[in-house]
Design a protein. Structure first.
Length: 194
């Protein structure tokens, strides 16, 4: 982040798949960690409550210096949601926003399920943290917490919605493409880890 604030690196997108981890944002309530067991719990500086990260979940960390016209946190959050809505549509999943709840949900109005969470921070107009999209995530792992203060049963994944495993690499590439389009950015290079 300091390098981006100093202008020594360009806007950067980091895409990862974490091991089992629970993070607690600035407004997290301790009682939303139900039974972490051996899953490590970290207090971090992003906004939001408690969330789970783990295998099968695509986590994106945009490190952007927001331009003058982009300096609106709500606009930034809606842009992250738009990125995921477009990504999910490319895989045949109709998703939607829910008023008052940041993130992306299935479009089923009677029983919506949450596909993706967002938790961000901005320092000197440089963005930190980001979004987590459940691709092939083991949804039972959310039972360790009340994700974003909600019942764990509200969580779903692309694999559950489609009834099949989804190519993680394809989702990663699609999300990077849509993030570039939504935020008018270009990615110079991609480095894949094994």
């Amino acid at each position: 982040m300091a390098e981006r604030q100093a202008g020594t690196i360009p806007d950067t997108l980091v895409l990862v798949e974490h091991p089992d981890t629970i993070t607690m944002g600035r407004s997290a309530r301790q009682d939303n960690v139900v039974q972490a067991g051996e899953i490590p719990v970290f207090a971090i500086e992003r906004g939001g409550d408690v969330t789970y990260h783990g295998p099968g979940q695509l986590v994106a960390y945009p490190i952007f210096h927001l331009r003058e016209s982009e300096r609106d946190l709500h606009r930034y959050l809606r842009g992250l949601e738009e990125t995921m809505l477009r990504t999910l549509a490319d895989f045949g999943i109709t998703a939607a926003r829910r008023p008052g709840l940041t993130g992306v949900w299935t479009a089923n109005e009677t029983a919506p399920h949450k596909l993706a969470s967002i938790g961000v921070a901005v320092r000197k107009w440089v963005t930190l943290h980001g979004l987590a999209l459940n691709v092939n995530t083991d949804l039972a792992r959310f039972g360790a917490i009340h994700p974003c203060g909600l019942d764990a049963s509200v969580m779903t994944s692309m694999a559950d919605e489609l009834g099949r495993k989804v190519s993680f690499t394809a989702v990663k590439n699609t999300l990077a493409k849509h993030l570039a389009a939504v935020f008018d950015r270009e990615w110079l290079a991609t480095v894949d880890s094994p």
